[in-house]
Design a protein around this ligand. Structure first.
Ligand code: F6R
Length: 590
């Protein structure tokens, strides 16, 4: 949520900052802005524009400074307005700040600063930061000490980069992601919300720890505020390529990432299974296992519950991470919390593992991002290896999570080779489902659905969480109201919603066919328009999408046409599949 970037080096800062912001834009895109230091003065521009338009509208030609900071915003405190865009400045204009996170006591501190004569320009919590730093400097502290002192007073979660017109840059993280990129040239540094902000320039990253404060001036140092001393942090070589984080020949990241799924799962099938086997041992040993996640990853977890039960006869509990606070009392030192998060930075998921840790539980995670908070705070991590997922909507990370759950369940049952064998068939099936022919056919469904206001989706067993995720995907990108139900539940209430021609997508597999088709007929006999997704057509369907029967991998193959129909619906309804309204990737606020 919100992308922040800082650059200090010998190159012209603005093109680097704008390029970084473009790559970080999936974190928020309500507005953006840049401050650049040139001839000992900060030059700041911000606007209610996406980064590309911002770059075209605002020229920085006359300020070729070599130090600067930038921000792309997802509004939290204060609406999407130009004055709320970052960077925010101190009253004297000598300090510029970009911020991701929340300053919880900002109102109290704002009143205090107003009492000291400071005038605020925005409705944001973030603006208290430069003003508080300025106030601390007025009291005689130097810039670094003033930043440190300010964050002793400002409560909340934050990743911040502050730039002073004397050339010093200070960056700080507390419960919000911040990574340093180490440039090739001596003394060249990047500070960014995540590595995609600087991947075009550096593949060497320093993942900051909680309460690390980075100071970049003539030198570079990291001071940890908890330890109250300077610390060394290792430089990690990144194996993501800059190309992976680009659209290439695709119009949207979303479609590119849908296509990448065959390759991602093929890579997974060839991966060293050591960690999966180790985690399986821990799962088998644990007295209680809680799987937690948010959004799409939570539907991955729901599949996990079914898969552990089906394949290994093991029960695990599931809870959406944002609700986990109401359940943690069940945990003890013999329990495990199993967290799944593409970004590894989702605040609710992190909060769940922290609470579980405080009860002595073991923390295991699945994440796509090396060095993420989740990866660093877990006892064991399964890395997805799906490559950067840039579209706000999760596709390839989701199917790789599903495949990891299958492998884990087989591993818990001592049959991982069987799981790998089954996984080997899946990339070919995905390639077929993403072929031009298959896509063309699915696009025909999008044509039929494009003017609908409501869409219902049903399934049983593994097809129930698939229906939930398909509903999630379609509503996120096309803004059609979708709802998914366990097929057997319809007659307990939701059947009241059926009207003539109301579309229902019915997910079927060999295992669930009989019972699900009964429910489908009930719906059909009340006038619904039925769309079947499964291995076998049926007269009752008005539209049918054939997918191969893939057993425990049905959730993977059945979601592919749904990802495609969601994409096509977005295009037909004039929505941007990469940037759905009101959403952002990597939800770092609770
Ligand atoms: C949906 C989507 C979100 C995320 C959710 C969790 O397409 O992308 O629902 O799945 O915000 O994000 P991570 O997996 O990063 O924890």
């Amino acid at each position: 949520m919100c992308g922040i970037i800082g650059y200090s080096g010998e190159k012209e800062a603005v093109p680097i900052l704008l390029n970084g912001l473009k790559n970080l834009e999936y974190r928020g895109y309500d507005s953006c802005g840049v401050s650049v230091l040139y001839e000992n003065k900060l030059h700041t521009k911000k606007d209610l524009l996406k980064v590309r338009e911002f770059g075209k509208t605002h020229s920085f030609d006359s300020v070729p400074g070599k130090k600067g900071i930038g921000h792309t915003r997802w509004a939290t405190h204060g609406g999407a307005k130009k004055e709320n865009a970052h960077p925010h400045l101190s009253g004297d204009g000598k300090i510029s700040v970009v911020h991701n996170g929340i300053i919880e006591n900002f109102l109290e501190q704002k009143r205090f600063l107003e009492g000291k004569g400071f005038v605020f320009q925005s409705e944001t919590d973030s603006e208290v930061i430069p003003k508080m730093i300025e106030y601390q400097m007025q009291k005689g502290l130097d810039f670094t000490r003033a930043v440190k002192q300010s964050f002793g007073l400002l409560e909340g979660q934050y990743a911040v980069v502050a730039l002073h017109e004397d050339g010093k840059m200070v960056a700080l993280r507390k419960e919000a992601p911040l990574v340093v990129g180490v440039g090739e040239a001596d003394g060249e540094y990047f500070v960014s919300s995540d590595v995609t902000g600087f991947l075009d320039h550096s593949k060497n990253a320093i993942f900051l720890e909680e309460n690390d404060m980075v100071v970049i001036d003539d030198g570079f140092s990291i001071f940890n505020l908890d330890k109250n001393r300077f610390v060394d942090r290792p430089v990690t070589g990144l194996d993501w390529s800059a190309e992976e984080a680009k659209k290439g020949n695709f119009e949207h990241f979303y479609l590119k990432e849908v296509f990448e799924q065959a390759r991602v799962l093929e890579d997974l099938s060839k991966k060293d299974m050591g960690t999966i086997l180790e985690v399986a041992v821990e799962i088998a040993k644990a007295k209680k296992v809680y799987v937690v996640a948010c959004g799409t990853a939570s539907y991955g977890c729901m599949h996990g519950v079914y898969l552990f039960s089906k394949i290994a006869g093991v029960h695990v509990d599931f809870c959406v991470a944002s609700e986990f606070h109401h359940f943690f009392k069940f945990l003890d030192s013999e329990s495990m919390i199993f967290a799944v998060s593409q970004s590894g930075e989702t605040a609710d998921t992190l909060s769940a593992i922290r609470i579980a840790k405080s009860k002595g539980a073991k923390v295991v995670s699945v994440t796509n991002v090396v060095g993420s908070s989740l990866a660093r705070e877990s006892d064991k991590v399964i890395l997805q290896g799906a490559g950067p997922e840039m579209a706000v909507n999760s596709t390839k990370a989701y199917t790789s999570q599903l495949a990891i759950f299958v492998l884990l369940a087989y591993a818990v049952d001592g049959r991982i080779d069987e799981g790998i064998e089954k996984l080997r068939d899946v990339p070919r099936q995905i390639s077929y489902l993403t072929s031009e022919n298959a896509r063309g056919f699915v696009n025909g469904l999008a044509e039929k659905l494009k003017d609908q206001e409501h869409l219902f989706l049903i399934g049983r067993g593994l097809q129930y969480p698939t229906a939930l995720e398909a509903a999630h995907k379609i509503k996120e990108v096309s803004y059609i109201h979708t709802e998914a139900f366990a097929a057997g539940e319809l007659k307990h209430g939701a059947n009241a919603l059926i009207t003539d021609g109301m579309p229902y997508i019915v997910f079927v597999s060999e295992e669930t066919e009989k019972a699900t088709m009964n429910n489908a007929m009930e719906v059909k006999s009340r006038g619904a328009f039925l769309i079947g997704v499964g291995p076998k057509n049926n007269d009752v369907f008005d539209f049918f999408i054939k997918v191969p029967e893939a057993g425990v991998f049905n959730p993977v193959v059945q979601i592919i046409p749904m990802q495609i129909v969601a994409y096509q619906l977005a295009l037909l309804r004039g929505c941007d599949p990469d940037f759905p309204r009101n959403l952002a990737k990597s939800v770092t606020v609770r």
